[in-house]
Write a protein that binds this ligand. Structure first.
Ligand SMILES: [Fe+2]
Length: 281
């Protein structure tokens, strides 16, 4: 039989446990950024691009629960990685347009030798976000591409409109490209299901926040992907996709077992010798 003292101890223990988990998910994990280094093999990558590095930031959601100071710290972390390219995969604010100019100002501090490129997400006002990011020196890609040159060779970096909030147009995005490798930026990872074989080589997406709240040994109860693309690297034929967990939060102001993420990709040709390539500032 349980004594009165044991019962009170049990209740207090459970209460303390719940409070600790709540404090962790509310105060600690949302600011505990992980940096993931991911190597991606690309079939026909020109040798000039072997070892090129791309840093990805996604789902910043500047707002009441994602302060400007935290975004500044994340931008510094990205700059410290000395990436060749930076990509931003949408959702810059949460709920209010008042946060757009401050987040754009912070993002204007991003440094990348070969450019900063962005697409828009389902939380972004198309015109205002396009102008704010463009003014910050960021190339916003909405159903279009740009070539990236290194010496006498090149590849393409493309971006599509948001699946929920815009109109995805692959024909327009690809018009004028040839058989050189194509990197694609998209906010929503379900775009992966819409790409055809050999159209794109590597897709970088966000949107899901890795579920934002994940139950140990079970996973996230809710993921905003019809196809279960929660987070990480996926492959379909010759195309790879990476789903970044983002650095911000939306809905519930917590993260649990889904830490905010900055990703640093290193692209490799199929024949590359990993040991030869080091990224130096
Ligand atoms: Fe988001």
């Amino acid at each position: 039989m349980i004594s009165r003292r044991m019962f009170i101890r049990g209740v207090l223990g459970c209460g303390f446990g719940a409070l600790s988990v709540g404090a962790y998910g509310r105060l600690l994990e949302p600011r505990w950024v992980e940096i993931n280094n991911v190597q991606v093999k690309i079939n026909r990558l020109p040798k000039q691009f072997d070892g090129v590095t791309i840093a990805q930031l996604s789902d910043i959601h500047h707002g009441k629960y994602v302060p400007r100071e935290f975004i500044r710290r994340c931008v510094r972390k990205v700059n410290a990685l000395c990436p060749d390219i930076v990509v931003l995969t949408g959702d810059y604010v949460y709920r209010s347009r008042a946060y757009l100019l401050p987040v754009a100002e912070e993002l204007s501090e991003l440094k990348a030798k070969e450019g900063v490129f962005a697409v828009l997400g389902n939380h972004d006002d198309k015109d205002r976000t396009f102008h704010a990011l463009s003014k910050a020196g960021i190339r916003v890609l909405i159903n279009e591409h740009v070539p990236l040159y290194r010496k006498n060779d090149y590849l393409f970096i493309a971006g599509v409109d948001d699946l929920w909030n815009g109109r995805v147009d692959f024909c327009r995005t690809l018009k004028g490209t040839d058989n050189k490798p194509k990197l694609l930026l998209a906010h929503n990872p379900d775009i992966f299901e819409m790409t055809k074989a050999r159209e794109f080589d590597f897709l970088m997406a966000g949107h899901t926040h890795g579920g934002q709240v994940s139950v140990p040994f079970y996973g996230p109860p809710m993921v905003y992907s019809r196809y279960g693309y929660t987070a990480g690297l996926f492959r379909k034929g010759n195309t790879a996709m990476y789903v970044n967990k983002g650095i911000g939060i939306s809905g519930l102001p917590v993260r649990f077992c889904a830490r905010p993420e900055i990703t640093l990709f290193t692209l490799r040709s199929e024949k590359s010798d990993d040991a030869q390539h080091q990224n130096h500032c």
